[in-house]
Write a new protein. Structure first.
Lengths: 384, 599
């Protein structure tokens, strides 16, 4: 059996435009006035056709429209992509089709259209539940707007998740506990809770480098915030199933599980990445980053800027790295059959003694404590 | 052949950066020795490391022809010397090869510690000095004050000091005239048996060992057989010549000449600087007094970061040692760092230079352990051994007492910083021997333990005096003191490469400083790490590095897999650069930084 089947098969569609650029964000997003969506539909469809020929007949488990701000896509654009995907691959009965939405009133107006086009899940970037922090994060919506967009979404969709960014400037542990319980009272069955990451090449990154991004929580405070988040969400019946994702059991994002269980995924759109197994070899694909360059390349027949065969060792490392993010952990037998090596048992028992991981049978999982320092755990596991 | 009366041999000496090499440039240029288009700044500083750091490390000889105002043609042999104290040895041996020196003093700075040291060398070599006041183009230049200072502090007549700008060329002609008029011509007899001084030698990839010689008596010609008096080894001279500054082959070297010979000598070690060279047959029996060999005073371990590069390191060290007799090495094994070499240097700059060259010319990343000095261990049975490495300290029950090397340090400093300097010397267990004033400058002479100076004394001195102090030292001898070995334990494991010898009274303070530094230098781990300093079994300082609590990537989706894998690879490489002690990774820079003291 091909290894990717352990994780399933998904389609990622990248929409690279936003109304404004947020200062913390390093996603491939651009602010552009005139976008001819017809051109974009054509390009997406061409790419789907190209890929479908390479991996025909697979059952598609999920589609994810990510961005940028996909809620700026016209509902017809979204519907056309979904339709094309359906024509190439049989859809799984429980296929999950998610669209990332910004919580503005304009977007909310399109929600019904997305539903009619086939979208069955919304992931909304609310980011903070107070207006001051929204402004500091450079967001162009208020809490009130976000709440009403969220209400519209829940009227249209059974599954609506939202994102918050915490460990923000000046945020205390107590303030976060408060905000979290407010978030939980709004939440339906899924929440993404990200600690603010200062990314290089963003406005926050520059400010940070110049020492101008003050009052970020210390390592101790952000560790406490993380642990509190795990406890509070679990007590509320929405435990963390991944480092930053929380759901009622059964409501996990299928699409993201494809990544973490290291399945195959097609990536189309500017800068989209994919993993595809062809003739038993796993390939990493990457599309042209700049929207114009991508469109150009697609019109010439192929939007990819890079396709490289991963060694089975690389694949094993990726599988471990992604799988350890899940609280259920991973099957070490899979790592061993990919890499041909066992995980060093001395390292494993050292990590067990430290309370960072648990091992039962062939299942290896990080504890809450271990997930808080997962980079160090991975370094230890993968050190040669 | 040049008449002795028309030869002048001289060195250029000065405190570091006072402009020796730049002055040499102007002398070379003014006499047309090097064509204008081949001229560049500090022409004689040809090593990469010299050009990069803007300092002279190795003395250089040039022969220039000069037609003086008296209408006669002269041959001038000039030796440009290094200013830094570590290479003072080069100055003293250069002086032995010449009859006089230009004592360059930066007229914006005045007399500094190495100016004085050079004067002492000159007196020892019974050697004439012509004072030259340099950098007169600068607005801060004050020739009257500096001339007065030279008379007060050094006690030589500075009324005839030449005012020069080595930058603009002003005063260069006067300098050349003074060389001819004020410095003595060499003496020697053409008909006497050959007697030549082996001034220096170095390895050249094409020609083998090149020997710099000064002919005292007799004549040396190509094709002759020569003998080294120290070991009676004989050689066939296959080439002789002079430096202009490129090598130029000539037929013979006569009395008073300075030039080179090659004789198919394979290793620099087969030549001994200060040796007397004569003819194999009918040679002289009468040896020149010779030089005191340069003794390494600072020792440290050099280990490859990547332990598989040990053989490459051996190779690099062998090659460097070929050219540098003052650098010593022996193999060392450390429980912590694996295989490496214990190396001896003339001082910290020398250490840095060698380390840099290994890293850059041979592309080997190094871990450098804390520098240490050579202790004398007197055992109960009356024997004495030298201790080059604190890790080798024998069992105390066999030790009667320890001695440490001491130095006489001369520090010149403007009045306003004197208090800080005295405090620094006091803190470093110094004993004041002399304190005098000349104008607004003080000269403090201290007896100090070398081990207190070796590491960061000079840095501290510069920082407390904002760079206005200058410093020179000489070894004076060994003295008994209450010295102990302090070990460092990280996560309860001793780290041999961090152990050091300290004075018992200062052990607590050093131990405390050390564990605090290490706490900052060692990255947090997934567990807490005790860091301790101990003497014997007794812990004298302790810190705990708390466990890492948060290190995780918040967002990791399909697009992040490649990036994340590459990041992990990079982190793994970073981890490889650290050394593992039990379960703890210690970064390489910790081995040096941990020992820097803040006072
Ligand atoms: N303005 C000015 N600068 C000078 C003069 N002479 C030298 N310098 C500068 O002073 C610095 C040191 O000059 P060097 O000739 O390298 O000094 P040095 O005495 O050979 O130094 P070491 O060999 O390291 O002891 C350089 O930056 C020179 O350009 C001068 O007459 N006027
Ligand atoms: C593709 S992004 C944004 C989706 C949508 N455009 C929005 O902004 O609402 C997905 C999520 O990543 C999170 N995110 C983006 N940059 C982040 C950062 N620097 N640190 C932490 N979380 C971040 C935000 O919560 C965001 O909603
Ligand atoms: S956070 Fe969302 S809205 Fe803001 S720039 Fe990034 S993708 Fe666009
Ligand atoms: Mg110089």
């Amino acid at each position: 059996m091909d290894d990717w089947r352990n994780g399933g098969f998904g389609l990622y569609v990248h929409w690279p435009f936003c109304q404004a650029k947020c200062p913390y964000c390093d996603f491939n997003s651009h602010v552009t006035a005139n976008i001819d969506q017809k051109i974009w539909v054509r390009a997406y469809l061409r790419e789907l056709e190209r890929i479908a020929q390479e991996v025909p007949g697979r059952v598609l488990n999920s589609i994810f429209f990510g961005g940028g701000t996909p809620s700026l896509m016209h509902p017809d654009t979204v519907a056309a992509v979904i339709e094309a995907a359906r024509s190439h691959w049989p859809f799984a009965n429980d296929i999950e089709i998610t669209l990332e939405a910004n919580p503005g009133s304009v977007e909310a107006g399109r929600f019904a259209g997305y539903r009619d086009g086939g979208v069955n899940r919304i992931s909304m970037g609310i980011q903070a539940l107070n207006d001051g922090d929204l402004r500091r994060l450079g967001r162009i919506h208020s809490v009130a707007e976000a709440r009403s967009a969220f209400d519209v979404a829940r009227d249209c969709f059974k599954r609506v998740s939202f994102d918050l960014i915490y460990a923000r400037q000046g945020q205390t542990l107590e303030a976060w506990r408060q905000e979290l319980s407010e978030a939980l009272s709004m939440a339906i069955d899924h929440l993404s809770l990200y600690q603010l990451t200062i990314e290089d090449g963003t406005a926050f990154g520059d400010r940070y480098a110049r020492g101008k991004l003050r009052n970020l929580p210390t390592e101790d405070t952000s560790a406490d915030m993380y642990l509190v988040t795990q406890e509070v969400t679990a007590a509320h019946g929405m435990p963390g199933y991944e480092i930053s994702n929380h759901a009622r059991p059964g409501a996990e994002s299928l699409h993201n599980l494809v990544y973490w269980r290291y399945g195959d995924y097609v990536g189309i759109g500017p800068g989209a990445h994919g993993r595809l197994t062809l003739n038993g070899i796993r390939y990493a694909t990457e599309c042209h980053l700049a929207p114009g360059a991508w469109l150009d390349a697609v019109s010439k027949g192929n939007g990819e800027s890079l396709r490289s065969a991963l060694t089975s060792q690389d694949a094993a490392v990726e599988q471990l790295m992604m799988g350890m993010r899940l609280s259920q952990g991973l099957n070490m037998a899979r790592f061993e059959s990919l890499s041909g090596n066992r995980i060093d048992s001395n390292r494993l028992s050292h990590l067990q003694e430290l309370g960072m991981v648990t091992v039962s049978g062939t299942t290896l999982a990080a504890t809450d404590q271990g997930r808080a320092v997962l980079n160090a755990v991975l370094r230890e596991l993968l050190m040669d | 052949m040049t008449e002795l009366a028309n030869i002048r041999n001289f060195s250029i000496v000065a405190h570091i950066d006072h402009g020796k090499s730049t002055l040499a440039d102007r002398l070379i240029q003014e006499t047309g020795t090097v064509a204008g288009r081949d001229m560049k700044e500090q022409l004689l500083d040809s090593m990469d490391i010299e050009r990069e750091r803007g300092i002279t490390i190795k003395a250089n000889t040039v022969r220039i022809d000069y037609k003086a105002d008296d209408g006669q043609d002269y041959v001038l042999n000039l030796i440009d010397t290094p200013g830094h104290v570590d290479f003072a040895y080069e100055v003293s041996r250069s002086m032995r090869a010449v009859e006089g020196s230009l004592l360059v003093v930066d007229s914006t700075q005045g007399v500094e510690a190495q100016t004085l040291a050079n004067v002492y060398h000159a007196i020892e070599a019974d050697h004439d000095l012509v004072p030259v006041l340099n950098k007169i183009d600068l607005p801060a230049s004050d020739c009257d004050r500096v001339a007065e200072q030279i008379e007060d502090v050094i006690g030589i007549d500075a009324s005839g000091a030449i005012q020069v700008s080595a930058k603009t060329g002003q005063g260069i002609h006067e300098t050349l005239e003074a060389i001819v008029k004020e410095l003595p011509a060499p003496t020697g007899t053409r008909d006497a048996p050959l007697k030549a001084m082996l001034v220096d030698s170095w390895y050249d990839a094409y020609l083998g060992v090149i020997v710099l010689v000064r002919i005292m008596d007799g004549v040396l010609k190509k094709g002759e057989r020569i003998k080294m008096l120290s070991n009676n080894s004989t050689h066939h001279v296959d080439r002789i010549g002079v430096f202009r500054p490129e090598m130029e082959v000539i037929d013979e070297l006569g009395p008073g000449d300075i030039g080179f010979l090659t004789a198919s000598i394979k290793q620099v070690r087969d030549t001994r600087v200060g040796d007397t060279i004569t003819h194999e047959k009918k040679g002289t029996e009468d040896a020149l007094p010779g030089f005191k060999p340069a003794q390494p005073v600072v020792f440290c371990g050099l280990f490859p970061v990547d332990s598989s590069e040990f053989e490459d390191l051996r190779d690099a060290i062998d090659k460097l040692a070929l050219n540098d007799a003052s650098f010593s090495f022996e193999m060392e094994t450390s429980a912590a760092l694996g295989f490496g070499f214990r190396c001896g240097f003339l001082g910290l700059l020398h250490l840095e230079v060698i380390r840099d060259r290994i890293e850059r010319e041979y592309n080997i990343e190094l871990i450098t352990t804390a520098p240490s000095v050579v202790y004398h261990i007197h055992m109960r049975d009356g024997t004495m051994t030298e201790l080059h490495n604190p890790a080798d300290m024998p069992d105390l029950t066999h030790v009667d007492h320890l001695e440490e090397p001491r130095i006489k340090a001369t520090i010149l400093v403007p009045d306003e910083y004197l208090g800080d300097v005295l405090k620094l010397c006091q803190d470093r267990r110094g004993v004041q021997m002399d304190l005098t004033y000349a104008g607004s400058r003080a000269m403090a002479v201290y007896d100090l333990p070398l081990n207190e100076v070796v590491f960061d004394f000079y840095d501290r001195l510069k920082s407390v005096t904002k760079g206005y102090a200058s410093f020179d030292y000489q070894m004076t001898g060994y003295e008994t003191d209450n010295l102990v070995k302090m070990s460092v334990l990280v996560n309860d494991e001793p780290v041999d490469a961090l152990s050091m010898m300290v004075h018992r009274d200062r052990a607590e303070a050093r131990g405390r400083a050390m564990v605090e530094k290490l706490k900052d230098l060692i990255p947090r781990h997934m567990f807490k790490i005790p860091i301790q300093a101990a003497i014997g079994g007794k812990v004298i300082a302790r810190e705990t590095l708390s466990a890492m609590r948060k290190d995780v990537t918040a967002k990791c989706y399909g697009g992040d897999a490649s990036r994340k894998r590459k990041l992990l690879d990079k982190q793994k490489k970073g981890k490889k650069k650290m050394r593992q002690f039990g379960k703890v990774d210690i970064p390489q820079e910790a081995f040096i930084s941990a020992l820097k003291m803040d006072s």
